[in-house]
Ligand binder design. Sequence first.
Ligand SMILES: *Cc1c(COP(=O)(O)O)cnc(C)c1O
Length: 482
Amino acid sequence: MIDALPDAGVPADQILAELRALRAADLPTHGGKLFAYVYDPGRDGLDELAHAAYAISAHVNGLDPTAFPSLLAMENALVGAAARLLGGDAATVGTVTSGGTESLLLAVKAARDAHPEIARPRLVIPSTAHAAFAKAAHYLRVELDVVPVRELRADPVAMAAAIGPDTVLVAASAPSYAHGVLDPVADVAAVAAERGVRCHVDACFGGWVLPYLRRLGADLPAFDLSVPGVTSISVDLHKYAYAPKGVSVLLHASPELRMPQYFAHADWPGYTMINPGVSSTRSGGPIAAALATLRHLGEHGYLALAQTTRDAVGTLAAAVRDTDGVRLYAPPETTVICLATDGVDLFVLADELAARGWHTQPQMAYRDMPETLHLTVTAAVGATAGEFAPALAEAVHAARRRGPVELPDDLRGAAASLTPTAVTPELIATLAGQLGLAEGATGPMAAVNSLLNIAPPPLREALLAGFLSLLQRPAEPAGQPV
Ligand SMILES: *Cc1c(COP(=O)(O)O)cnc(C)c1O
């Protein structure tokens, strides 16, 4: 247990040693075998540069760009680079945010607040759009119209039919996170424009790699601000720009489109607050680190990283095609491998891959889609891709030998019959015990995933919130003797 507030302060060396020891329990952020959460270019020296840049600006506050012009200059540089990469023109403006979720939240807020006359604003998204849109809709009290996809891609005809007088925004993904496929952005933007509705392209995932893949000859359609009808686009620099966490860019096609994104408040006794984003106080650290990363890699660096990534995707896709028991669920057209299994328990397979050092991301069954494994492929995978085929073959073999997860009947029954409101802290504690979910357990997850997989989404949400609440407890509960 860590005492965050000891009586006597602890020497710096010891603290850093403790932090390194803690980190040892984490999944490996580098090395090309973790296929979610982290984006690793596999370039020596880049971390050191980013960390040094971060340190220079860590205490700078983005609250007031007139007090800290360094940050304004860095943000304008990042926005300019993003606009150039993503089809912007002289009218394009943007905001640096803390991540994709904030970028989407702000795109939805700007669209909503552009129409104060609409009492119940609505947002039209394809069913494969990122969950952050649902979060934005929830936070901002915007109604969500979820339109089923066709062969994993947004269906412009169905989306057009979903646009009504209260629709303030239509969205498409480039590409979708779950499957890594591009929506037909031009068609979606056209139906939005025809109705005078804003269209946001969520390129949070792929925005910094798709332009380079296209330059390398990948057959991918235009998806950016150059497409008529696209009014805003988001790109996460902490994904394929390979910057440390905490930086995304939201671009708007014009200053007028961005204006309702701002929040200003003068009606209190303190300073007049004017914020483009969710946070008011913001560290300059992530922004300086992102700028350093972009400037160090440069266009040539990103092009080379995209080539390495594209080759790795090809190698992994071939491994999936050549292995009995697994198949590609989505076309590997960008930087995602999404696979399904035939006659092999997918969650057991995920555990068997993890046991061999390959960490993939299970995705639960959704509507008519089966459970799948997601692999975000980054440039670091170039060094490991060749070892994937034998590991996959072994893992499939081991998963076959182990057979599918057999959930106890009472758990199976609970997943089928429980309502979210029946999920009490006591129930969660019992389930956590039954599933072997000790505090912070990182072992085999097949049983947990199988349970979640058969639970309807609202129950999944309640169960996960319950499990997380169980993990998030004070290290030293107040009122207890230390
Ligand atoms: C990652 C991602 C987001 C959310 O971004 P965060 O940085 O995790 O907040 C949104 N959309 C897509 C397509 C993403 O891949």
